[in-house]
Write a protein that binds this ligand. Structure first.
Ligand code: FES
Length: 106
């Protein structure tokens, strides 16, 4: 379980407790957080769960090649802090994570 804060493009934060085994994407979708479309349902094929991870960030899993490639095609510009939130599994190591939502996903 981890407390994760999703910050809208206008600066509005939403802080949620997300269960282990979910992803950062699913935490948002299950709780009705705007700004994450997740059109492929977490299959790492749509790129519409793009987030910017705030610094300092907890230790995140390494980025796989598919995620890296998809991030070059996201609607909002890729930054050094970009991740696909469906590729971030939740456990207590992510407690305190803050992600900023881009202004568009498509
Ligand atoms: Fe489609 Fe993450 S939900 S890539």
């Amino acid at each position: 379980m981890a407390t994760i804060t999703y910050v809208q493009p206008d600066g509005r934060p939403v802080t949620l407790t997300v269960d282990d085994g979910e992803s950062v994407m699913r935490g948002a979708v299950l709780n009705g957080v705007d700004g994450i479309l997740a059109q492929c349902g977490g299959g790492a094929s749509c790129g519409t769960c793009h987030v910017y991870v705030a610094d300092p960030a907890p230790a995140l899993p390494p980025m796989h090649a598919v995620e890296d490639e998809l991030l070059y095609g996201t609607a909002a510009p890729r930054r050094d802090t970009s991740r696909l939130s469906c590729q971030l599994p939740v456990d207590d190591r992510l407690d305190g994570l803050v992600v900023h939502l881009p202004d568009r996903q498509i």
